[in-house]
Every structure is written in structure tokens, then in C-alpha cells.
Write a protein that binds this ligand. Structure first.
Ligand SMILES: [Zn+2]
Length: 295
């Protein structure tokens, strides 16, 4: 059995299973993300009880970032102050000292899950981007989540500000980086006078698709992925993905002469094959790899 933790900024989703399908279909244990002490205590109590009934070989953690691989912790740059420097490895080891631990960003993990069992299967180079409360991305090359200097942080790339957009941006570090201009929080703040949810014809989605298409072009030009999987709550808005596809194709302008970027763009910018389960299934994949029970 493998434990899986999708550690998000607002809630943590926990599950156990012996296969990705079991984890996907399992009843989840969900804990709100409050203080590290309170949140970790609830999570570890639950896993210790699971471990007593059926021993776990590993736990995989797919965490919000940025993260520090040297200590399997949340990096000090995180805007969530209470979580700065909090180590998942230490928290797990304090309760379960005999199991393997897999650790990566939530988006690298989701990308790995999509590569293993979802929309990015059989792609040598695949990208997963989530557009939700924040924006993040994972890059998978030959089945390995990319760890370089640190890990990719697609949400914090810069995109040209669109004409007439005077919104200062929500990123605490950069202001108007991609996340600052286009994450769910930015949409809410920029259009704070409008009633939610915005209808598909609302100007918010035209601007949102402008920024996301610019981001897609940057990703395509730098990483040359064979597929880009787009998840997260914002992407579920009706019509948004269609706009992003059209604008990405127009911005590329035929420069990369591949069907995927012209006639077949609908099969290139795609929704997750695992729907909303990519994160927790990705955590399972990290755990299964740590336990050496997965390709
Ligand atoms: Zn930023």
C-alpha cells in the first residue's frame, strides 16, 4: 500500500491504495490547510492509523511550492509564512520511521501522473499547467519530473501586459508576473465590481485567454513539449480552453510547422486525462517510485 498526500494551499487531500486507480477512487481524507502543527497532526494521525491496519511501503507528497529538495521541505520563499521551512520528511519520519518518502511539487506530480496514466502517455516531453487560485506548471522529460537548479515555476514567468490592463497584479514577489495577472485570485480582484461567476462572454475571459496563450507560446518555444495538459478550476470555465487554443495557434503563426500547432491544436492543448485526480494520483506515483514498485 502507498500513501498519497496532495498538499495544497487551501486543503490537503490524503488517500491510500495499491494502484493509481485505487487511489483515484478511494474515499479521501481532506484536511484544511491551517497551521503546520494542526494540519500535520491530523494528517499523520490518519496515516498512522492506516499503517496499523495495512502497512504502508511509502508516502508520496505532492506539495505546493516552492520546495527544497535537500530537506523535502517547503522553501522559505513561499508566501504562506507559517509554512516556511516546514519539512514533510521530518513530519513523516517523526511518526513512521520505516517507510520510503517521495516528494515533489504538486504540478510536477500531476504532470507525472498524466504521463503515467493520463493525457500525456507516450510523450517524451510533456508539460502540465494548472490555472486555479495560483498558476503552476510541471515539466516531465522521459518520464522524469525536471529538477534543475530547483524546479520549474511556470506561474512566475513574465508575459507582456495587455493594453488597457492597469491591474497591478497579485504576486507578492513580482506583482504582474503571469500568476499575478491571470490566476483565479487576480481575476477576482481585477473584476471585483462584477458578480461571480462571470458568464462566458465576460471581458475577463478574453483577457485571461490572452495571457494564457502568451504563456503557452513561451512554454512551447522553450521546452518544445509534445503535449500541454491544462488543469485547475479556472480552466474549467466554459469556452476558455477554446480561446486559449485559437490564440496560441495565431501567436505561433505557423513558425513551428507541426500539425499539433495548426490543424490539431485541440489534441495538443488538452484537459487532464485524470480529470481532477492528477494531483493525488501524482502523489501516489511519487510514493510508488520511492518504494521502487513502479516503472
Ligand atoms: Zn510571481
Amino acid at each position: 500500500m502507498i500513501g498519497a498526500i496532495e498538499a495544497g494551499g487551501t486543503k490537503m487531500i490524503c488517500a491510500v491504495g495499491s494502484s493509481w486507480r485505487e487511489v483515484r477512487d478511494a474515499e479521501k481524507f481532506v484536511v484544511p490547510t491551517t497551521t503546520p502543527d494542526e494540519t500535520m497532526a491530523k494528517i499523520m494521525d490518519w496515516f498512522v492509523a492506516q499503517h496499523r491496519s495495512t502497512p504502508l511501503a511509502a508516502i508520496g507528497v505532492a506539495s505546493f511550492g516552492p520546495i527544497d529538495f535537500s530537506t523535502d521541505s517547503i522553501a522559505r520563499a513561499t508566501p504562506k509564512e507559517a509554512w516556511r521551512g516546514v519539512s514533510w520528511r521530518d513530519a513523516i519520519r517523526a511518526h513512521l520511521d520505516d517507510i520510503a518518502i517521495g516528494f515533489d511539487t504538486d504540478t510536477n506530480a500531476a504532470g507525472l501522473a498524466e504521463w503515467c496514466w493520463g493525457a500525456a502517455a507516450n510523450c517524451r516531453v510533456a508539460v502540465y499547467v494548472t490555472v486555479g487560485t495560483g498558476i503552476g506548471g510541471g515539466l516531465i522529460i522521459e518520464g522524469e519530473p525536471v529538477h534543475g537548479l530547483l524546479h520549474p515555476e511556470f506561474g512566475h514567468m513574465f508575459v507582456p501586459r495587455q493594453r488597457d490592463d492597469r491591474f497591478e497584479g497579485t504576486c507578492p514577489t513580482h506583482g504582474d508576473c503571469l500568476e499575478g495577472l491571470a490566476c483565479g485570485l487576480a481575476i477576482r480582484e481585477r473584476w471585483s465590481g462584477s458578480d461571480h461567476p462571470f458568464p462566458p462572454e465576460h471581458a475577463a475571459w478574453e483577457l485571461e485567454s490572452d495571457y494564457l496563450a502568451l504563456a503557452m507560446v513561451n512554454i512551447i518555444m522553450i521546452a518544445s513539449p509534445q503535449i500541454i495538459v491544462l488543469g485547475g478550476g479556472v480552466m474549467a470555465v466554459e469556452g476558455l480552453l477554446g480561446k486559449v487554443r485559437m490564440k496560441t495557434r495565431d501567436l505561433i503563426g505557423g513558425y513551428i510547422a507541426k500539425d499539433e500547432l495548426t490543424s490539431d491544436i485541440d489534441s495538443y492543448l488538452v484537459r487532464p486525462g485524470l480529470n481532477t485526480s492528477s494531483g493525488v494520483v501524482g502523489a501516489f506515483a511519487l510514493g510508488a517510485r520511492a518504494a521502487d514498485v513502479m516503472p
